[in-house]
Ligand binder design. Structure first.
Ligand code: GTP
Ligand code: MG
Length: 206
């Protein structure tokens, strides 16, 4: 099927930048993963593409320090660019860097014409925080389509996870640019990966 073919095909890192002036030329559509530091963005890039270390991960928040661009499915009709972002919120690298990244993240999300969807990753254990809501505000104002992905679903029992999905869906349902539905994932177990791949394939068909 299309999803399997797309995500098991080529996946290459081709660009990294920590400034808006350093973005790659726009080519095809971009899909970005945003979220607080340590939420599991880079791990999800790897799980989704079934690679061990395409994106670098770490238990220390603040690992990803640039917007990293990956070309997925090169040569296929549904090829696209996946963007792994630095985290916002706390990071072990210090306040100034986090502030600079946060500014870069908001500017990129606001102004990238070929950005087709943002997956906003939320730790299933913690739920939406104020800095997540700030990002959703930016996306709503800029009319950039986004969907919430819960990460680390393996860390919750089924009952609390179902409750987290329900409350998160409720929290975003009236927001202007929110795509309906919350996808619960675990990069550790692979849960939710098929659903996320299918969502991306649907988006690429629109
Ligand atoms: P920054 O780049 O620092 O913003 O972090 P990130 O959002 O890219 O997170 P990263 O993928 O580096 O993972 C952070 C930590 O969370 C690592 O210790 C991962 O092993 C752990 N982690 C990631 N995904 C999962 C998951 O699905 N389940 C569990 N239990 N841990 C996870
Ligand atoms: Mg990262």
């Amino acid at each position: 099927d299309i999803a399997r073919k797309l995500f098991s095909g080529k996946a290459d890192f081709f660009w990294g930048t920590d400034s808006l002036g350093g973005l790659p030329p726009m080519h095809g559509i971009e899909i970005a993963f945003a979220g607080r530091s340590n939420v599991g963005k880079s791990s999800l890039v790897n799980a989704l593409t079934r690679r061990k270390a395409l994106a670098r991960t770490s238990s220390t928040p603040g690992r990803t320090q640039e917007l990293n661009f990956f070309r997925i499915g090169e040569g296929q009709p549904h090829a696209f660019t996946l963007v792994d972002m630095p985290g916002y919120g706390y990071a072990a690298v210090g306040k100034e860097k986090v502030a600079a990244w946060t500014e870069l993240i908001h500017a990129y999300l606001r102004g990238r014409a070929n950005l087709a969807r943002v997956y906003v990753l939320i730790d299933a254990r913690h739920g939406l925080k104020d800095n997540d809501l700030n990002v959703l505000d930016t996306l709503d104002k800029s009319a950039v389509s986004y969907q919430i992905v819960l990460t680390k679903a393996d860390a919750l029992k089924p009952g609390p996870l179902a409750e987290r999905i329900r409350t998160t869906e409720q929290a975003v349902v009236r927001r202007a640019a929110a795509y309906p539905g919350v996808i619960a994932t675990s990069s550790r177990t692979g849960d939710g990966m098929d659903a996320l791949q299918a969502a991306i394939v649907r988006l690429l068909h629109e």
